[in-house]
Write a protein that binds this ligand. Structure first.
Ligand code: FUB
Length: 335
């Protein structure tokens, strides 16, 4: 209780001193970032438009007491919540509460990391990574009749799934999952690049073998693992003016970058930085169009005083240049 009171006061103080509403812009753009939920720590916001509203599915950070973080052990999330809004710029954020709990997922043992959701044929599908009984990250699915849940998990993870950070993207009636995280899976199962895979018609399995997401530089050569802009985790896909935009976190260099391609499988040509480093080690995002504007949902650790595993969700308008490139947003961190 005391923690929440301190947290709320801190958020109000940030707003008053302008830290949360300071224009973060370039090239004449004047968007303002906005924290979305002051009552608790949430991260990895995955935003989807369902029924004329934006639904945000984040991971739920908490002070688990684990502070060693060599392989992400400090991120011990154990449930998921959902939020919605019908006015992203100024509207209230509705907290719908818990939609899924670790103890109700038969195959999972720990670490409910960044999720995503999708809608098909009257059902909502919630995709999430978690460690299984062998301590390997797998990807699971839970199903609901409403975007607010409750979501009922399948008894097993998706067959052949591994790694973290699923993002599900619909294109011409087909659904694709992007996933992967360089630092997060045990040897033999780690994704050194992102993966893309088409989902089965029932949305519960992979319809094919996952393929690597190939990132190229402007000369058509592989971006290469030594690049400052190589994929690390936090894959997201969106489509703008017929082009496919694959965006991701670069990990150690703390950028959110993007690359574009002509179809959901790629290859994708590197274009630039969407968000410069934020406060806190991780950076993660989602991008949606809503009511004629494009929005970047992301997180930072400013409200927790730079505790990397206690993050807060934010949103800012994202703008394009005329040639389809994205105007870089300043994250405010000092990496
Ligand atoms: O929240 C846990 C992990 O941190 C996510 O899965 C990564 O993308 C990073 O944000």
């Amino acid at each position: 209780m005391k923690k929440f009171r301190f947290f709320s006061i801190f958020i109000i103080a940030l707003s008053i001193c302008g830290c949360s509403s300071k224009p973060q812009s370039n090239e004449g753009a004047v968007p303002k970032a906005r924290y979305l939920y002051a009552k608790d720590y949430m991260a990895d916001p995955s935003a989807n438009v369902f029924n004329g509203k934006v639904y945000i599915y984040p991971s739920h950070d908490w002070k688990s007491g684990v502070t060693t973080n060599n392989h992400g052990e400090a991120f011990q999330m154990k449930d998921y919540h959902v939020f919605s809004m019908d006015d992203v710029e100024n509207g209230d954020v509705t907290a719908h509460g818990k939609i899924l709990d670790l103890k109700d997922i038969p195959w999972a043992t720990s670490q409910l990391w960044a999720p995503d959701a999708a809608f098909k044929n009257g059902k909502y599908y919630f995709y999430f990574p978690a460690r299984d009984k062998n301590n390997v990250f797998r990807i699971g699915v839970a199903i609901a009749d409403r975007p607010e849940g409750p979501f009922i998990p399948e008894s097993e993870p998706i067959k052949g799934s591994y790694s973290i950070d699923p993002c599900v993207f619909e294109d011409n009636g087909a659904y694709y999952m992007y996933f992967g995280g360089t630092g997060s899976s045990p040897a033999g199962l780690s994704s050194s690049s992102a993966r893309v895979v088409r989902l089965s018609d029932d949305m519960l399995q992979f319809a094919e073998e996952p393929r690597p997401v190939v990132l190229l530089n402007k000369d058509g050569k592989p971006l290469g693992s030594s690049s400052n802009y190589q994929f690390f985790e936090a894959a997201w896909m969106h489509k703008y003016n017929g082009k496919y935009y694959f965006s991701y976190s670069t990990g150690n260099t703390h950028f959110l970058c993007y690359a574009t391609g002509d179809n959901p499988y790629g290859p994708f040509t590197y274009q630039g930085i969407i968000l410069t480093p934020v406060v806190g080690w991780t950076t993660h995002h989602s991008i949606v169009e809503f009511k004629g504007k494009w929005w970047l949902f992301f997180h930072d650790s400013r409200p927790s005083g730079d505790v990397t595993w206690l993050r807060s969700i934010k949103v800012i308008e994202m703008r394009y240049n005329e040639d389809g490139t994205i105007k870089t947003i300043k994250g405010g961190g000092s990496w």
